[in-house]
Design a protein around this ligand. Structure first.
Ligand SMILES: [Zn+2]
Length: 192
């Protein structure tokens, strides 16, 4: 498969309705000029597999031995990256607010771990996942996601790769410039 450019990835997201541009009222109540939902891409196994292969191509030189993802958002893409790399894929999940390995998953001391997510926004869950691996004595060789929506602002201390970067600011309704411009606001999924 030829390497997908960032624009190819964003076209895929737009095609399946996973990236909408306009003026949206998000579930949080905040307004945004864009709506991003990776699950709408990953519901299609062929597209999920292709995204996993693209990430794998970018990280294979890091020689990861296992992929670790935070639940829920990272599970599907983590599985696909693991498939493409030929390594196992495990996930961490929250118990009493603390991210941890459950279900008998474990990491060996010195094992080379790649942390994979669907989207990195602030990098907080990525850092927590890195901490889970390090607490087990593993070596985190890098992190990757399909989308970087941090605007390049994430501050991870490992090499980080994303297939595409999007900048989607959010606004309080009372200070939303799109509202101020008189543009009608819609809920994602209900096209005006
Ligand atoms: Zn608005």
């Amino acid at each position: 498969m030829p390497a997908a450019t960032a624009e190819d990835i964003l076209d895929l997201f737009r095609r399946v309705g996973a990236l909408l541009e306009g003026h949206f009222r998000l579930t949080s109540g905040l307004h945004s000029p864009g709506y991003l939902q990776c699950a709408l891409v990953l519901q299609h196994p062929r597209e999920a597999e292709a995204c996993g292969a693209e990430i794998a191509a970018r990280v294979k030189d890091l020689k990861p031995q296992v992929v670790l993802s935070p639940a829920m958002g990272g599970i599907v893409i983590g599985q696909e990256v693991g498939r493409a790399l030929g390594v196992r894929a495990i996930f961490a999940e929250r118990q009493d607010g603390q991210l941890m390995l459950r279900r008998g998953f474990s990491l060996e001391p010195g094992e080379r771990v790649l942390v994979v997510e669907d989207v990195v926004t602030t990098g907080k869950s990525t850092r927590e996942t890195i901490d889970v691996a390090r607490a087990a004595g593993a070596i985190v060789v890098g992190a990757a996601s399909i989308i970087d929506r941090s605007g390049g602002q994430q501050t991870l201390d490992v090499p980080y790769h994303a297939l595409a970067t999007v900048s989607l600011p959010t606004y309080q309704p009372e200070s939303c410039p799109l509202c101020a411009a008189g543009q009608p606001v819609v809920k994602p999924g209900s096209r005006a």
